[in-house]
Design a protein around this ligand. Structure first.
Ligand SMILES: Cc1cc2nc3c(=O)[nH]c(=O)nc-3n(C[C@H](O)[C@H](O)[C@H](O)COP(=O)(O)OP(=O)(O)OC[C@H]3O[C@@H](n4cnc5c(N)ncnc54)[C@H](O)[C@@H]3O)c2cc1C
Length: 302
């Protein structure tokens, strides 16, 4: 198998918001050997700007409408995870390209507990690690034992989760001066989770409860990128936006959801320009009313 190169990949076709113009090229790696090829080609592909972005399932990206002088790299290693039973715990090793919902489906079938709180979070395993995706008090980092990272300068390395830093929607591999890559680029290639055994029905019950809670309060099937802003400490960005009058606020084809004010949704025909303007509007409204500066959670590419 060879590294696949897709020219002029459009963000509108790669993101759940369905917004954004083309990048220069997307390099899709399916097997480890593809990464060697990627390392050799990257300087040429990236050109003088040298801008490279790892992309997963695009469920947390808001890309501007115009051309992006950017090379996308994507791990498409989505084979069934490897499962290794220990005494009570189970180690599950999954490719970064695997869909997080598929990993959770496997956990449900095999009766593996630890990730139920992530039910309803779309995206890839790689994206979940890179964003430290979380909900209802559970974060990806909680069950992560180690992560396999690829960098153009350092190749593939396993890194213990304990050597990395995690925060609210934040991951840092903490590469030292002689590790990783000067560009700062890393691609999550695999992740290993430590889960505990439980009855499949019990795991399924918890997942259904999480999903039901989400479905009642979030536009889970709309074209969105999840929460736009981070929750300020001790507060809820959705509540602040709601009380600042943003719920249902519309501009062209984009709107703050009328179900959850922290979700921007593409109602059809929306543009990234409209999304960014609405975000500014919401940020100003919350600052004016509460004196709180909302920080962006969605990854904005301009
Ligand atoms: C309906 C909906 C609900 C959501 N609910 C939640 C929620 O409850 N909690 C939550 O945390 N998020 C939520 N999200 C946001 C999103 O699903 C998560 O952030 C998810 O983990 C992103 O994964 P992805 O593969 O789509 O990453 P992308 O959107 O493709 O990328 C996001 C970031 O991760 C980086 N990245 C992606 N893959 C890799 C990789 N292999 N290696 C290195 N970096 C990589 C990208 O460079 C980018 O910075 C929601 C989104 C939607 C649409």
């Amino acid at each position: 198998m060879a590294l696949q190169l897709i020219h002029e990949p459009r963000f509108a076709q790669r993101t759940t918001l369905r917004l954004g113009g083309p990048a220069l090229v997307e390099a899709v790696a399916r097997v480890e050997a593809d990464l060697d090829e990627l390392g050799a080609l990257l300087p040429t592909l990236a050109g003088p700007t040298g801008r490279v972005l790892a992309i997963g399932a695009g469920s947390n990206l808001l890309a501007a409408d115009g051309q992006h002088e950017l090379v996308l790299v994507r791990a498409d290693n989505a084979a069934a995870p490897q499962v290794e039973c220990k005494t009570r715990d189970v180690l599950v090793r999954a490719g970064a390209g695997l869909g997080l919902p598929r990993l959770l489906g496997l956990c449900q079938r095999l009766g593996l507990s630890g990730l139920e709180g992530l039910t309803g979070v779309p995206g890839s395993v790689g994206g979940a690690v890179a964003m430290n995706a979380g909900s209802y008090g559970v974060e990806t980092a909680d069950a992560l034992t180690r992560v396999r990272l690829w960098t153009p300068g350092g190749g593939l390395v396993w890194r213990a989760a304990s050597a990395c830093s995690f925060g609210y929607r934040h991951f840092d591999a903490n590469f030292g001066a002689n590790e990783g890559d000067a560009t700062g680029l890393y691609l999550v290639w695999e992740a290993e989770f430590r889960l505990t055994q439980d009855a499949p029905d019990a795991v399924r019950g918890r997942m259904l409860a999480v999903y039901a809670k989400k479905k009642a309060s979030q536009p889970v099937t709309a074209k969105s990128a999840g929460c736009v802003f981070k929750n300020p400490a001790g507060s809820s960005a959705g509540r602040l936006l709601d009380e600042a009058g943003m719920r249902g606020k519309r501009l062209g084809g984009m709107a703050f959801s009328d179900l959850h004010a922290n979700f921007l949704v593409n109602l059809g025909g929306g543009t990234a320009a409209q999304a960014l303007e609405l975000m500014d509007f919401g940020r100003h409204a919350v600052r004016a009313r509460f004196g709180v500066d909302l920080q962006t959670e969605v990854v904005v590419l301009k």
